[in-house]
Every structure is written in C-alpha cells, then in structure tokens.
Design a protein around this ligand. Sequence first.
Ligand SMILES: *Cc1c(COP(=O)(O)O)cnc(C)c1O
Length: 389
Amino acid sequence: MGPAAKHLETSPATAGVEVRPTFAQIDLGALRHNLAAVQAHVGSARVLAVVKADAYGHGAAQASAAFVDAGAWGLAVSLVEEGVHLREAGVLAPIVVLGGVVPASADVLVHRQLTPVIWSVAQLERLSEAVRRAGARAARVHVKIDTGMTRLGVLPGELSPLLDWFAQDQGQTVMFEGVMTHLACADDRGDELSSKRQLTTFEDCLGTISAAGFSPPLRHACNSAGLVRFPSAHFDMVRPGIALYGSAAAPDVQLAGLRESMSMRSSVLAVREVPAGVRVSYGGKAQLHRPSRLAIVPVGYADGYPRNMSGSAEMLVRGHRCEVVGSITMDVSMLDVTDLPGVRAGEAVTMLGTQGLGRIDLHEMAQWSGTISYEVTCGVSKRVPRRYV
Ligand SMILES: *Cc1c(COP(=O)(O)O)cnc(C)c1O
C-alpha cells in the first residue's frame, strides 16, 4: 500500500467520521408508515414500492428493507443496475425493472431474477435466449402498454405479435406475469379526461389479452397520484413512489396522513456581524439594509440545495424562519439571524423538515426552486451523508 492509499484509509472521512455537520435524515418509521397508509387506501391490491433513483434519494437498500418489512409485495427500479444493487444488498422480494431490457442486460436479469418490463418481441427473444443459456426456469415479465404517455410501451394496436410470441413459448422460457400502463396526467386535478381515456384503452387491451387466452395475475396502472384519484383503477397492484416518501406531485393529489421521510439538517459554521450597506455573496446582488448578523451554513448547490432558490429560500433556526441572503454558493449559504439573539456556531439549522414549531416541507422547497418534490429529494447529492433514524 503506497503512502497515498494509507492516508486515504486512515482519513476521518473514510473512517466514517463525519467532518461536516450537513446531513439528510431519513425516517425509516415514516417510510413504513407511508407504505401502510397506501396499503390501507388500496385495500387488497398489492403495493409495488418504487425505489428507483436510489429510492428518490433516500438510499435504495434501506428504503427497500423498510417497505418490504411494512408489507410491500415487491420493489420497482428503473435500471437493471439498480436491481442488481438491491439483490447484492440482500433483497429477496420481487424486483420489477421499469426501464426495460437493453440488449446486454438479458443475462444479468435472468441471473439476478429481476422482472423486466418489456414491450417488444425482440426483448422477449433476448430474454428467452438468456433463459435457455442459463438453463434457468422461466423468467417473469410485465408487458407495458403505451396508452398515451408516449414514452415506453407497446401501442395497443401492436399487441398481437407479443401475444403470438407468448402463445408459441407456452410459458417455457418466459412467464407473462403482469400487464401495465402509466398515466401521463394523473397529478393534474384539472384534467380527468386524459387519464380516463388512458384507462379505457388499458381496459380494452386487457380484454384483448384475455380473449387471446392469457390471464396475467398482476395488472397495474396507478402511480401515487393515480391511486388517490382513480380508486377504480387500482387493479391487482399499484406503483407508488413519491407517496411512500410522504409527498406528492402537488398538494391537491396527496394522500392524507403521510409523513415526509427526508429532512435536511446542518449547523451554523460561523456567525458574522456585518454593517448595513455591505453586499453578500457572489455578484454582490444582496445588499444588507440594516446592521446584520449572518450565520454561515455549510450547505450549497453541490449538496443539492439548489442555487436557483437564492432570494426565496429560508431555513429554520430554533424553529424560526430565517432568510438565505445572497447567492447560494457551491458549499455554503448565508443566513440572516439578526432577529434571533445570540445565535452561535454549532446551533442546529434545518433546511428541510420540522424544527421546533417551524416546518419547511418539500412542496415549499420545490416551489422556491421551480420544480417538484421528486427533484428535490433526488437531487440531494452523494456527498450528503444519509442518517437513518
Ligand atoms: C416513477 C414511476 C412510478 C412512481 O411514480 P410516483 O409519481 O412517484 O408515484 C410509477 N410507475 C412508473 C412506470 C414510474 O416510472
């Protein structure tokens, strides 16, 4: 081992000592609670917990264990790599790969017993060949139908070659376990018609499939917003993501009683007294109109605290809202704590979540950043340690 490697091995960061007080707190109890709330809402339908993108930034292995523990039927990821990661973390539950079979991934899918979502005969062929190569038992697949999202899936009119293929295979190499679609406008309260049309098309396809002699046991269509707005479309299974993390695409499509599972916390690095008239941060755009006390907080856009929230963001200190002053920088933000007497280095700061009587939720932070709650939690970067409670 060279001196450089030795240094790395013994450095505080690699020894697991956190040298910076900024972290994302993940509430595993909230994840379990949200899974149970969704399950109660959908009754006998199964819950396929969506943990793509590292469980929306929460940590896929930890979140998956919590969801399975709380009764999820299985887990859904986007990429084959994400599925492999979960298998290596010891997840035994079914894992559905929403992103499909890229040509090189068929063998891995079979080896790891991942369930791909497919929409073409070519994908079925590749999977079938991989099953034969491995001498494995039949691989399970879910067929995706594009009923109006225009992203992934087979068009309703092009379903029959797939059904012919299944008929020929007779379940020897591939088992037709599920059929699904994805709603494009489920989160838009003002637009009921698009979803209804998609669901009607989906029902038509289910009729075609059944007339061809197939009865895939898992039919599913609803994401978080869909399962709230379209109770008659729960079918055999629902696919919530954001609801399990305690949020929604918009407040008016949110299931009641959810708990946000991620908070972002740090503490004050330093406090500075600054005279009136001084400009703060890059570009000097923020000018102090009074003698001020600024708390320097070690969180910036490289942590996923978006720079475009400069001018609107607030943080909590002692449960009170304080304004972020000037541009959010890569690693550090400046907070106006003039109205809170005696704030000192080391005091707790909450960027997202509850502190005392104060609360900043995902919808608010998303609004400051001109985005949706999904992008906020997914955006919390790798260098922010996740602390599980
Ligand atoms: C991401 C995703 C979901 C989950 O969506 P939420 O809005 O987070 O509930 C469900 N189905 C598919 C196909 C997805 O890609």
